[in-house]
Design a binder for this molecule. Structure first.
Ligand SMILES: Cc1ncc(COP(=O)(O)O)c(C=O)c1O
Length: 410
């Protein structure tokens, strides 16, 4: 085993954080989502495809802030736009023209986008799209597939969410059209919308691409039943090409939502879609927040999109992802226990399959411990990402760390 990292400062900050905030840090950033005691908790800074923790350990980061970092950390071209905007002001009682510039751009690059609304987080965007769909159809029920954020309509089984709020929400599995059809049949004329992620990415499971007729079938079922078809592109947007998963896979949604990679880390998200449906937000449906019109993130998004287009970032990452996954698959062939390698190019991942001896959890912990000790930051339960600033050397190093870590986990 490689030597344990010095995480003294991270752990001390975490102790302090626990006094100051419930659980110290929120949600998916808590230590139990990694390997407690082995992973850093507080990050000091980032550069290119790397992060440095508070103790000075440098890692190749293949979690990419859970998705926003599509280019890399600290992009001077984007930051300079943001700084210029800070000097002019970006938070006003009225909107600035950057709203129009960004929406114009989104309508040019996203196939289903005739109009849009700019918000701040992915959860804002999915909730906004669902509200528009409910307003448009005059119906209540929602069918969902995948993670769509933290708001009441999309988190089951948690404290603080009234059961009655979730009673109108039905879940089905990615690529399972018959399950979707059954829910529609059992809720005739009551479903406002179906919302589906661009690829299937449940926690702790392989990432899967859509089967050839999945989205076509979902679209037909939605429309046959008078429901709005929403595509959740929060993870796939820009990462799968400028037109997102909808362009890559030929999906034809009524509404689509974007966030994360739209501005390489600046907090902005968007709902776009068919004019006829979006227009319900002219009067009937209320959408407003103090920070929605802030322009700092809009100018960052505009610059980010310019770079993504100019350098064909998504295409290059896709190519690197194919190569990475091919090598990863080769490496895993040497391992005598069952693991599954995801094959969606920009989102590499391996899952430790349940085995008869019940050793998969122990192996997974050993693997991630060995990886973090060697300077590769990846998550045990969430797929990884390749970003544009990961160099060939970074990716080769990541593969060699993975190989060593897998062998150490046998
Ligand atoms: C597919 C998808 N939709 C929605 C969200 C919610 O976005 P946010 O965390 O920015 O609120 C996420 C976040 O991970 C996501 O992956």
């Amino acid at each position: 085993m490689a030597e344990k990292l010095n995480l003294e400062k991270s752990l001390a900050l975490f102790e302090e954080a626990k006094r100051l905030s419930p659980g110290g840090v929120m949600g998916i950033r808590r230590p139990y989502n990694f390997v407690p005691g082995e992973y850093p908790i507080f990050i000091k800074e980032g550069y290119a495809g790397h992060i440095i923790d508070e103790d000075g350990n440098d890692y190749i980061d293949m979690l990419c802030a859970y998705g926003p970092i599509l280019l890399g950390y600290v992009e001077p071209e984007i930051n300079n736009e943001a700084i210029k905007q800070m000097e002019k002001g970006f938070c006003f009682s009225l909107v600035q023209k950057y709203q129009n510039l960004l929406l114009q751009k989104l309508t040019e690059i996203i196939p289903c986008a005739e109009m849009g609304i700019l918000v701040k987080t992915g959860s804002d965007a999915t909730s906004c799209a669902v509200r528009i769909a409910r307003g448009y159809t005059g119906r209540t029920k929602i069918i969902r597939c995948g993670y769509h954020g933290w708001h009441d309509w999309c988190v089951e089984v948690h404290g603080g969410v009234p059961k009655k709020v979730y009673e109108d929400v039905y879940e089905f599995h990615f690529n399972d059209l018959s399950e979707l059809e059954k829910i529609f049949e059992e809720n005739k004329d009551e479903v406002a919308c179906v919302i589906i992620t661009g690829v299937g990415h449940p926690l702790n499971a392989p990432v899967v691409e859509p089967e050839p007729n999945f989205f076509k079938g979902a679209e037909e079922l939605a429309h046959k039943n008078g429901a709005v078809f929403i595509l959740d592109e929060i993870r796939t947007g820009f990462r799968f090409g400028m037109g997102g998963a909808q362009k890559r896979y030929g999906i034809n949604p009524d509404l689509a939502v974007y966030g994360k990679a739209l501005a390489n880390g600046y907090a902005i998200a968007a709902v776009v879609g068919r004019e006829q449906i979006m227009k319900v937000a002219e009067k009937e449906v209320f959408i407003s927040s103090t920070y929605f019109p802030n322009s700092l993130e809009m100018v960052a998004a505009l610059k980010c999109i310019e770079i993504l287009e100019r350098e064909q970032v998504a295409e290059k990452i896709w190519e690197r992802g194919i190569e990475f996954n091919k090598k990863l698959t080769e490496i895993t062939k040497e391992i005598p226990y069952p693991i599954t390698v995801s094959q969606v190019p920009p989102m590499p991942f391996i899952t430790f399959d349940k085995d008869e001896e019940g050793l998969y959890k122990e192996r997974r912990t050993k693997f991630y411990t060995a990886a973090i000790r060697r300077g590769l930051f990846i998550q045990p339960f969430h797929h990884w990402y390749i970003c544009y600033r990961h160099t060939q050397e970074d990716l080769e190093k990541a593969l060699s760390v993975i190989k060593e870590a897998l062998h150490e986990s046998i």
